[in-house]
Design a protein around this ligand. Structure first.
Ligand code: SF4
Length: 127
């Protein structure tokens, strides 16, 4: 069965990080939830700005094209996606994360957490 990103029932079991070699980084085309702590680590938000007002911080980050949305009850942001899908931090040619050491917590946890824990949308070529 062909892998379809938006249909986790088509995803493949994730058994080994070597599966990531040559993958088009489908996991980096899913919406990325980020906390204020993630954004501070990424260097796009200061601790002072976060403490003052996350709503105000969202307005600036949205204007700068870094985040797409903010959910006040949870304090979580969604990173902007380029070309409708790619994560803001995904390199379009290498298909590698440009902020790997500082990447958000959800990226570190995937695919232990995600739409289908233990599975990923692995594909060798850009669809
Ligand atoms: S921050 Fe990096 S690892 Fe996380 S989705 Fe974006 S490109 Fe992928």
């Amino acid at each position: 069965m062909a892998v379809v990103i938006d249909r986790p029932t088509t995803w493949v079991p994730f058994k080994n990080p070597k599966q990531c070699d040559g993958c088009f980084a489908g996991c980096c085309t899913l919406p990325v939830e980020t906390s204020a702590a993630d954004l501070i680590r990424l260097g796009v938000l200061s601790e002072d700005e976060a403490a003052a007002s996350l709503k105000k911080a969202f307005r600036r980050l949205h204007k700068e094209g870094i985040v797409r949305s903010f959910h006040p009850p949870t304090g979580l942001f969604i990173l902007e996606q380029r070309h409708g899908r790619d994560c803001y931090y995904l390199h379009p040619k290498t298909r590698l994360c440009t902020v790997y050491d500082k990447r958000p917590e959800v990226c570190r946890m995937f695919p232990k957490i995600g739409p289908r824990p233990g599975f990923c949308p692995q594909k060798k070529n850009i669809p």
